[in-house]
Design a protein around this ligand. Structure first.
Ligand code: MG
Length: 203
């Protein structure tokens, strides 16, 4: 399986990092070794002084597809989860300045934390889902999918023009504003609507 991630999909987040709001989705990838599941702790790596949390809704692809039209994209996923796209912001900043790729900042081990998946039919409107991240019991990031620049269906259609999607692939769909540094000892709790699905420690 592969992990595809969308950057800058919420305008307020693009602005907080002084990035332009994109006209087409910004795409990057993480390897399967980036996965962190079952609310296991995230061990802070020593190569970065500035690892940020990015709470995101994650789509699980349910069947293979290429050149999927937006109209049929909803047939290609049945479940969603929430995840954290951990980002070494200091490394990313240095690489952005030099126009270099982001892998060292985005694709490192355990940089893709995911919760259990929930059947999408549970939600009345996929374009109006609330999600949030609390850090040490204090609300840190609040999002709603209505604020996405590119919808789930558009993302699936766009990505599948370039990259064949396979069953089990995951797509991180971008983070709302409020990204910040994590510190050893922090407790991260992620909610999809009112259900707490993520609850783990930074060690
Ligand atoms: Mg992200």
């Amino acid at each position: 399986m592969k992990i595809i991630a969308i950057g800058r999909n919420y305008a307020e987040h693009a602005k907080e990092l002084n990035n332009p709001v994109p006209g087409v989705p910004v795409i990057f990838m993480k390897p399967d070794t980036a996965l962190l599941k079952d609310n296991k702790p995230f061990y802070h790596p020593d190569f970065s002084e500035d690892i940020h949390h990015e709470i995101e809704i994650v789509i699980k692809v349910s069947k293979e597809g290429k050149h999927i039209s937006e109209k049929f994209a909803s047939n290609y996923f049945e479940e969603i989860a929430i995840g954290i796209d951990f980002t070494a912001r200091d490394i990313q900043q240095r690489h952005k300045e030099k126009g270099l790729p982001w892998e060292l900042a985005k694709a490192f081990d355990h940089s893709a934390a995911i919760s259990n998946f929930v059947v999408k039919d549970k939600f009345a409107d996929l374009q109006n889902i609330n999600f949030k991240l609390d850090v040490n019991g204090i609300e840190r990031q609040v999002g709603n999918t209505s604020l996405m620049l590119f919808s789930f269906d558009y993302i699936i259609s766009f990505v599948s023009k370039y990259i064949t999607l396979k069953k089990g692939d995951l797509i991180f769909t971008g983070t709302p504003k409020g990204v910040a540094k994590v510190n050893i000892g922090d407790r991260l709790e992620g909610y999809l609507e009112n259900e707490k699905l993520l609850d783990f420690l930074i060690k």
